[in-house]
Design a protein around this ligand. Sequence first.
Ligand code: ZN
Ligand code: ZN
Length: 135
Amino acid sequence: MTELSGRCLCGAIAFSGDADIKMMANCHCSDCRAATGAAYGTLVFVDPSEIAITGQPKVFKHVADSGSAMEKHFCPNCGSQMFGRNSNRPNVMSIRAGVLDQKDAVKPAANVYMDSRLPSTPIDPALKAFPKMPG
Ligand SMILES: [Zn+2]
Ligand SMILES: [Zn+2]
């Protein structure tokens, strides 16, 4: 288990918990790039029951290319992207690595949606790489 905590830019949304990190990946999909405004999003997947959230994130719902109903949870005040949910995986939530306090806990195992990456994005050849989302 890993102690995780973090907050949005303005502090209105915060979270903490002792979580079992299921997976960690850099996602280069166009949805993550648009949502974060960054070259890619690093996602930390945990069980939502292990994370306590204070404040009320705003939820944007959209449909991914896989057909899954996706949710992006963000601070309505400062706009920080915080969490993601996928209708096909109700027992999993993602936390955007950029809002975590535990910098050393962020160790992505893979790059996913490599097909959609910005050509200029540096890629660690030691990590697994998938053209889309595996499995
Ligand atoms: Zn905020
Ligand atoms: Zn993505």
